[in-house]
Design a binder for this molecule. Structure first.
Ligand code: VGL
Ligand code: ZN
Length: 210
């Protein structure tokens, strides 16, 4: 069984909404492409889910919560590199809203809710706390995950890695993803491909591959 996960299509990640962490290539055209893709996969009978970055105002990933640090500085947290982001996707703000009609989604998985841990992955945060995603996938007997959205080099990357580690077949639709940085985005796609993910150019390739 298949499901699509549309990752973090939220105001703060888009140029369209002048977001705090606006990712290149996320204007109105991109939103149109995402909406069209959701329509197409729904037409194939594939359930569409979404993730939503959902941080409290005192979240550890915000540079503003680290006195003396600047935006995009890197620090080490629990032995892992942490980029200090501009405050983004703060719970309850309009910039954290999904830019796609929420009724389109069967399931919306929120992540990064614990102020102490960042969570690029939709499966679990950096403290090891699982979201409900794996349980719901198992319950619905979904073993193929089709992933696209923002950001290629962060949430798409780590959700794909965690999905592979849990034994899912992972397909990423490249033309429907946008990355913070071209270099780390290319590296992310290469890494997940080396670990067994299938990178498809576009949705047509997916439909052809079924
Ligand atoms: C993300 C940076 C910070 C993402 C979330 O969802 O890709 N990136 N928080
Ligand atoms: Zn975040």
């Amino acid at each position: 069984m298949n499901a699509v996960i549309v990752v973090d299509i939220q105001g703060d990640f888009t140029q369209l909404m002048n977001g705090a962490l606006a990712v290149p290539g996320t204007g109105l055209d991109y939103l149109h492409k995402i909406n069209k893709a959701i329509d197409q996969v729904k037409g194939l009978g594939i359930p569409v889910w979404a993730s939503q970055d959902w941080h409290p105002a005192d979240h550890i990933s915000f540079f503003t919560n680290h006195p003396g640090k600047k935006v995009y500085d890197k620090i080490v947290l629990q032995g892992k590199e942490q980029i200090l982001w501009p405050p983004h996707c703060v719970q309850g703000t309009s910039e954290a809203d999904l830019l796609i009609e929420p009724a389109f989604f069967e399931v919306v998985v929120q992540k990064g809710r614990d102020p102490r841990f960042d969570s690029y992955s939709c499966f679990q945060d950096d403290g090891g706390q699982e979201t409900e995603l794996n349980g719901i996938l198992k319950k619905r007997m979904i073993n193929n995950l089709i992933i696209f959205g923002i950001a290629t080099d962060y949430c798409v990357h780590f959700t794909a890695l965690d999905g592979l580690a849990r034994g899912y077949k992972i397909l990423v639709i490249k033309s429907l993803c946008r990355g913070v940085d071209p270099e780390t985005s290319a590296q992310a796609l290469e890494e997940i491909q080396n670990k067994g993910a299938v990178i498809l150019k576009d949705l047509e390739e997916l439909i052809g591959a079924r």
